[in-house]
Design a protein. Sequence first.
Length: 119
Amino acid sequence: MRIETTMSDQIARYLDLASEETKLTAENMANIDTPGYRAVGMDFEAEMRGAMYATEEGLDPSKPKLRPEENLVTRPDGNNVSMDRESLHLAEAQLKFKTGVTLLKGEYQAEMDAIHADK
């Protein structure tokens, strides 16, 4: 039996986006010494708004749109990845993921409480 609500679907998408943000950050970190590599990212809030709209309309949310990170200091080898910046992004993505897990646990606990309310 699968119990789903609009809220649980949206939280699941939130977790997917947080995971995608973690992967992008790890990719940037892995390429810190690659000459010419340009950091990429995504607009988390815009992607989440789009996912919420898609869920409400019964559409399948697409993969997040990636964008090159602008206004970063470029080293002489053409690489613009900053380990400090990426570490901060990784910490933010981890907090988002932990928040999503907590929200999803609460959502499922509320559903379980409703199922067992008559006992």
